[in-house]
Unconditional design. Structure first.
Length: 78
């Protein structure tokens, strides 16, 4: 298994400063979302147009500040 943090450890981290070679390769890789979308398109689950529409709709929701994933209900501590 090969694991990495695509964007570093946190928003203040710039991993390409300390690991320029590996992060040059990482930047060239497709994201997990892109890989999964390609798989779904290849197997005919969704079309390329549907994928593009879902990405655009999600981006618009984020830009508008809408909740894109509702928080889980609070659980009581017992």
């Amino acid at each position: 298994m090969f694991c990495y943090r695509r964007l570093g450890h946190n928003e203040a981290d710039e991993p390409s400063i300390t690991q320029p070679s590996i992060y040059r390769m990482i930047r060239a890789l497709p994201t997990m979302r892109q890989r999964y979308a390609e798989k779904l398109i290849a197997e005919g689950t969704i079309s390329k147009t549907q994928n593009e529409a879902m990405v655009a709709d999600y981006r618009q929701a984020l830009d508008e500040g809408r909740v894109v994933y509702p928080p889980a209900p609070a659980r009581s501590a017992t």
